[in-house]
Design a protein. Structure first.
Length: 327
């Protein structure tokens, strides 16, 4: 049978017409398969504490499993870059911390091509926003912040602190404190908050700065002592711990946790994720788990979260520039 030019033109015109219809139908049925939530840190840290109960609640709302995948490395950069470059079909989502704003600027300072840009990611919802807490082991000689800072100044380089990685949310606040109070500690980077806390408990490091949700259980168990935090006033989970601000130290740092998707994800899918995230933020099970960990829900929907993220990213960019190059 002879295929004419006119027939081919008709065939491809029909294909072009039905292709967007097929895509629209597929979107309206989203999700039709499991969703992967990438947490760019090892288990045991703040992101994991928030991400796992949220993933469980999203599964119930969306009718498909939301499977958590811990993809650690490069202070969270590996997992964040993976989502930034993922297919924007809603099946790969990211539970990130405020270090999402730090890593691209840190890459520039290190002379490396940024592994991703903030414009490659779209914010869906913020779930928590807590100040980091300065903690030491309970058998340390420092009963309060003043004793700690006095020892650091008297013995520069004798003591060390652990973090989740260079320029991460446990590293940056400590560098801010060091610069403000003019003392020196050796930085020991780990692959995430969980391993850094294990290092503190095991005596490999002398202090860490981490979010309440990853450390409150050890404070309550008497294994570590909280000396101060980077917030405004007293924390509900740690009412006896002063903030640096109230002690006259002019630094603040919030370790927030939020949900993101690749920037090209459609409004239809992002709106479904926003609705499911709102439900998750009010879920009794989610609130109980996160509140028990010492990190109450502080929810922001996408528009408010975007404004908050923009302002926070500017502050983090300046903080990283002040820290400078870290090998």
């Amino acid at each position: 049978m002879k295929i004419t030019y006119r027939f081919l033109l008709f065939f491809f015109s029909c294909a072009a017409f039905f292709h967007p219809i097929k895509n629209a139908v597929a979107q309206e049925n989203w999700p039709i398969k499991p969703i992967t939530m990438i947490i760019p840190f090892p288990p045991g840290g703040v992101a994991d504490t928030v991400g796992r109960p949220v993933a469980d609640a999203l599964s119930r709302s969306l009718g498909q499993p939301v499977i958590v995948e811990n993809r650690a490395g490069a202070g969270g950069g590996i997992g964040m870059a993976a989502v930034a470059k993922a297919k924007p079909d809603g099946y790969t989502i990211l539970l990130a911390l405020s270090s999402i704003s730090i890593i691209p600027e840190a890459d520039k300072i290190l002379g490396k091509p940024p592994s991703y840009s903030l414009s490659q990611l779209k914010p869906i919802a913020r779930f928590t926003a807590d100040p980091t807490v300065l903690v030491v082991r309970s058998d340390s000689p420092w009963q309060n912040y003043y004793q700690f800072i006095d020892a650091m100044r008297k013995s520069p380089g004798k003591y060390n602190f652990g973090s989740s990685g260079n320029y991460g949310t446990m590293h940056v606040p400590m560098e801010m404190l060091k610069a403000s109070q003019k003392f020196f500690m050796v930085h020991i980077p780990y692959t995430g908050a969980g391993p850094a806390i294990v290092g503190l408990l095991g005596g490999q490091v002398d202090a860490v700065a981490t979010g309440p949700s990853s450390i409150v259980q050890y404070i309550k168990a008497g294994r570590v002592r909280a000396l101060a935090h980077w917030g405004e006033g007293r924390l509900a989970s740690l009412p006896d711990v002063p903030s640096f601000k109230e002690m006259g130290v002019p630094i603040q740092f919030a370790q927030w946790a939020g949900l993101f998707v690749p920037a090209g994800t459609s409004d239809f899918i992002t709106n479904k994720l926003r609705e499911a995230s709102k439900v998750a933020s009010n879920d009794e099970k989610v609130r109980l788990i996160i509140n028990t960990a010492g990190s109450p829900i502080q929810y922001l929907d996408a528009p408010e979260f975007k404004a908050y993220w923009d302002a926070d990213a500017k502050q983090m960019e300046e903080a990283v520039k002040k820290i400078g190059k870290v090998e």
